[in-house]
Design a protein around this ligand. Structure first.
Ligand code: 5HM
Length: 338
């Protein structure tokens, strides 16, 4: 069914690509001031794209950012304000300090535009309903004019995303010109498979496979020591958490989650477990809001431990991830769920 390497989940794909670059890279490049090890023309498929988070201690993945970025896309935003709260370095990519151009895929995918006042997403969703066998359900991201200015600091790395609805399962294909394995591959696969699952649930079909095709797959040389640690860990540790399926989600649900995200980001409100239980979204999305509340405490209560009761609201895998990323802010891991 699939031609090319196939992995059960993202972690296996991630470790395999990292191993290939670490042991068998084809080129060393020095593009735009970064020395990198590169392989060209990489493709892989993940059979369960819902299993999208790697649990590798040496990577210190930021699961709060991953959810925030997916929400940033879904809500069609391009503001530095929101995204740099989660990853301050992203502000450096912005020319005017206010907006991101290439990195902000949200406006291109989800913001209504010419000529029909619909977004690309609305058009492909309608196409998939009207003509399930379609080969046209593709959304274009990189734009030709992004290369007009050679000094453009932020050119989209993703060329496009395609949906294929076959046998009532929604497959997704991502096409990228370039991808940094350590940083970009994790965040991009997370966000794209999140959009895939969101779309499948809305269409009432199963989640199919996720395929990722990249022209230049590379690792910054500065990250190679961490990559070695990740690979050692990958062969010895079998850490695993159950996946949680996204429910059918409306745009109203997304707006509710986004409204809370903004309140928490600006420290204008707080979520205790009882207040969280009263938010009118599915438990899945409450667990996402618990991540944002966790991060509110990290940012806005400096030097203090995060309240244990909000950790109890997290998905067990997310608890492990935040404890791994912010160990000094999370009370002792003993007694936590596994
Ligand atoms: O020189 P260039 O425009 O390719 O530098 C941007 C780099 O950011 C990419 O090569 C890739 O390594 C990384 N990147 C990524 O992996 C950037 C974006 C933003 O579009 C992304 N994934 N989504």
């Amino acid at each position: 069914m699939v031609y090319g390497p196939e992995f059960p989940n993202f972690q296996q794909a991630y470790l395999s690509v990292l191993r290939e670059i670490a042991t068998n890279h084809s080129y060393t490049t020095a593009g735009r001031g970064k020395d990198a090890l590169e392989i060209i023309n990489t493709s892989f498929t993940i059979t369960d794209p819902v299993d999208r988070m790697p649990y590798i201690a040496a990577r210190k993945a930021n699961v709060v950012f991953n959810h925030a970025e997916a929400l940033w896309y879904l809500t069609g935003r391009d503001d530095v304000d929101m995204i740099s709260y989660y990853v301050p370095q992203m502000a450096k990519l912005s020319r005017d300090g206010a907006r991101l151009t290439g990195t902000a895929y949200g406006p291109r995918l989800f913001r209504p535009g010419q000529p029909d006042a619909h977004s690309q997403f609305q058009r492909v969703e309608r196409l998939l309903c009207d003509d399930p066998d379609t080969k046209r359900a593709a959304m274009v991201i990189m734009r030709p004019e992004e290369l007009a200015d050679p000094a453009n600091p932020d050119v989209a790395c993703t060329l496009g995303l395609q949906f294929l609805l076959r046998n009532r399962r929604l497959h997704m294909t991502a096409y990228m010109r370039g991808n940094d394995v350590v940083t970009g591959l994790l965040g991009d696969t997370f966000a794209f498979t999140f959009i895939q699952e969101f779309t499948a649930r809305r269409l009432g079909v199963g989640v199919g496979t996720y395929a990722h095709h990249v022209g230049s797959m590379h690792v910054n040389k500065l990250h190679m020591a961490m990559v070695d640690q990740m690979l050692i860990e990958g062969t010895t540790s079998a850490r695993k958490f159950p996946v949680e399926l996204m429910p059918n989600t409306s745009w109203e649900d997304i707006r509710e989650v986004a409204a809370w995200e903004e309140l928490l980001r600006n420290d204008r409100d707080q979520l205790t477990p009882s207040r969280l239980a009263a938010v009118r979204v599915a438990p899945y999305w409450r667990r996402v809001l618990a991540l944002f509340e966790f991060y509110r405490q990290v940012v806005h209560n400096p030097g203090k431990s995060v309240h244990r009761d909000i950790l109890d609201e997290l998905h067990p895998g997310h608890w492990w991830l935040v404890a791994n990323r912010w160990p000094e802010r999370v009370p002792a891991l003993t007694g936590t769920r596994s």
